[in-house]
Structure formats: C-alpha cells, structure tokens
Design a protein around this ligand. Structure first.
Ligand code: ADE
Ligand code: ZN
Length: 346
C-alpha cells in the first residue's frame, strides 16, 4: 500500500482486532489457561497445590521473569499425553483464529516435558496434529523448538538428537527461560549444528538481559529474529545494526508489563523502536499468564501509548514479513491486510 489511508481514532480498536496478523512469539505452554490446567489435572489423576481455578489465577502476580517461570513450569506439569498437547494447541489456535491471526510460529519447550518422562514423540506429535488442524480454522501454524537456557548446552544437544526423528515437523529452534547469567554464546555449538541442519534460528535476548546478549545472539548464534529485544534501546550502535539488517524484534508488551520490564504500558518503548526504523512486531508471549492474547496486546498498548493506524499497519505488515512462511503466502496475507485498511478508511 503506497500510503496508509486516514482512519479516525474511534475506529482504531476495531481495526486492530480485525486486521490480519501473524504471531511470532507465543510459548504454547504459556497458553494453558487455569481452566485447562484443572481439566487436564483431573483427566490425568493429578492433584494441584491450588484449591480452585480462581486461587491459581490469583497466584499470577509476578515480580520478574524468574517468578513467572517457576509457576509456568509447574503449570506445564499437567501435560502427559499426546491428546493433552493437542488440546492445548487447539485451544490456542481457536483463540488465534478469533484474533485474525493468519500465521503463527509456536514455541514449545520439550525439556520441560522430557524431564518428567514424557516422550519427545508425544510432545511433537500432539502439537503437530493441532498445527495441521489449524488450517481448517484459517491459521497457518508451524513449530519452533526452544532450548532452555538455564540448562547446559550438552542437554540442548541431547534434546536436538531426540527431536531429529521429527525434523520435518518443526521449522526452527529458539532459546528461552532464565536470561540473566545465561548468555546466548553458551549455546554457540548447538546453534551452529542447527544452522547446518537448515533450521531457522531465533533467540530470546534483551528481555531482562543487556544489549550485549542481543549482539551475541546476532553475531555468535546468527539468529534471524530477536525475541523481545526491548533492552536494545540502551545501545545506539545496536539499534543501527538492527535497523540496517532489518532484524525483526518480536515484542510482547503485556508480558513486559506483567514481568516488570516496564513500570507501565505507557512507558513501553514499542513506539521508539518503530521510530528508529526497527522491524518490530506485537505478540502475546504467554497469554494465559499475562492477561491477554495478541489482540489484547495491540489494543491495550495502542490505548496506553497513543500509537495510531499508521503504526498498526506497519506492525501487522512486519509480522508477515518477519515470518518464516513462503514469499507467496506472505504476499497474499499482506494483500488481505491492505484490503482491510482500505475498507476501514471508507
Ligand atoms: N518462557 C516462556 N516465556 C518466556 C519469557 N517471556 N522469557 C523467557 N522464557 C520464557
Ligand atoms: Zn517468550
């Protein structure tokens, strides 16, 4: 679209919800709603340390990334069977379809499950079946396997070996979990191997960690996208690098708010990232824990920061361009985006 049509401010929330978009930063274990945690616990004969759904939800008061991860890994403990992984995946994909997500690249944390005796096959097959059935909902869905950075590189290599029989069922690898004290370079060799295997590469960096972690994710791991990356604003040379090389950042505003990366949503730097010419995108990270799916991230952030229709268009377009989908698909999705904006201006 050559120029973005004028859209009155009162139509912006509806437009943000209706516009086609891609979600590139969603941990499937972070989409497990308390209701589903309780249902799966009951189905699997497990007891939970919370008396009710409401009591569990009340525990979702986080002070930093680690305080969240402790409860997030505990919640994932109810996932045992292939059907559990399928049900979790389908529940997310239905929510994504309702938010007009046409493409999603879903992170999963196999080590959280294999450490409990759940097989890699159970995890991948359940999630893959959900991704396949996502097509009937109008959502193109692919999987990205994440290594847990608080564990060793040797354990990441073992995880990769366990997953390779299902190499065709995931498109890439990522790096997540506790960032501080676990710099990207700890995983240099396993990422090099994944690169040789033709896997797409992403990593969480600059969520709580310093700009140096973003540099090493780019230069040592050779990742194609940075997950979060909001701390990059503290390094002008890094900002220039990200803009020049068009390295996408998968930004997650409600996550940043709930994990106290920013004191308020008004203080979020999404607008500054866009103003600096970075390829920023908006995503939900762990929607069941952070109070919103991708549309909530758009509408709440726009309401708080005063971003407008022009930025909405850029963010949605960025989300498609930054995806690992085929060029032909990206072109079709962006054409749909243009149509929605042209209609909204009428
Ligand atoms: N795993 C799930 N959500 C995460 C986040 N926001 N940062 C790091 N690891 C995660
Ligand atoms: Zn994340």
């Amino acid at each position: 679209m050559p120029s973005i049509p004028h859209i009155p401010a009162d139509r912006l929330p509806a437009l943000l919800r209706a516009m086609p978009k891609a979600e590139l930063h969603i941990h499937i274990e972070g989409s497990l709603e308390p209701e589903l945690i309780f249902a799966l616990a009951q189905r699997n004969g497990l007891s939970l340390p919370y008396p009710s759904v409401e009591a569990l939800r009340r525990a979702y008061a986080f002070t930093d990334l680690q305080s969240f991860l402790d409860i997030y890994y505990a919640g994932a403990g109810v996932l045992l069977t292939e059907q559990d992984f399928y049900d979790m995946g389908m529940a997310y994909l239905k929510r994504a379809a309702a938010d007009h997500v046409l493409r999603t690249e879903i992170f999963f944390d196999p080590q959280t499950h294999t450490a409990r005796g759940v097989s890699m096959e159970t995890v991948i097959q359940g999630l893959h079946r959900a991704c396949r059935d996502g097509a009937a909902l109008g959502v193109s869905a692919e999987l990205i396997l994440c290594f847990l950075r608080h564990l060793s590189e040797e354990e990441a290599f073992e995880t990769l070996e366990q997953a390779l029989p299902w190499r065709d069922l995931f498109i890439g690898v990522g790096l997540d979990s506790s960032e501080l004290g676990h710099p990207p370079e700890k995983f240099a060799r396993v990422f090099a191997r994944c690169r040789e295997l033709g896997l797409r590469l992403v990593a969480h960096a600059g969520e709580e960690g310093p700009p140096a972690y973003v540099w090493s994710a780019l230069d040592v791991l050779k990742v194609e996208r940075i997950d979060h990356g909001v701390q990059s604003v503290h390094d002008a040379a890094l900002m220039r690098r990200l803009a020049q090389d068009r390295i996408p950042l998968t930004v997650c505003p409600l996550s940043n708010l709930k994990l106290c990366v920013f004191p308020t949503l008004q203080a979020h730097n999404l607008g500054a990232l866009l103003d600096a010419g970075l390829v920023a995108t908006v995503n939900s990270d762990d929607p069941a824990y952070f109070g919103g799916y991708v549309n909530d991230n758009y509408t709440q952030t726009f309401a708080a920061t005063g971003l407008g229709a022009a930025q909405a268009y850029v963010l949605a377009k960025n989300s498609f361009e930054a995806s690992f989908a085929e060029t032909r698909l990206k072109r079709d999705w962006i054409a749909k985006l243009d149509e929605v904006f042209e209609q909204a201006a009428r």
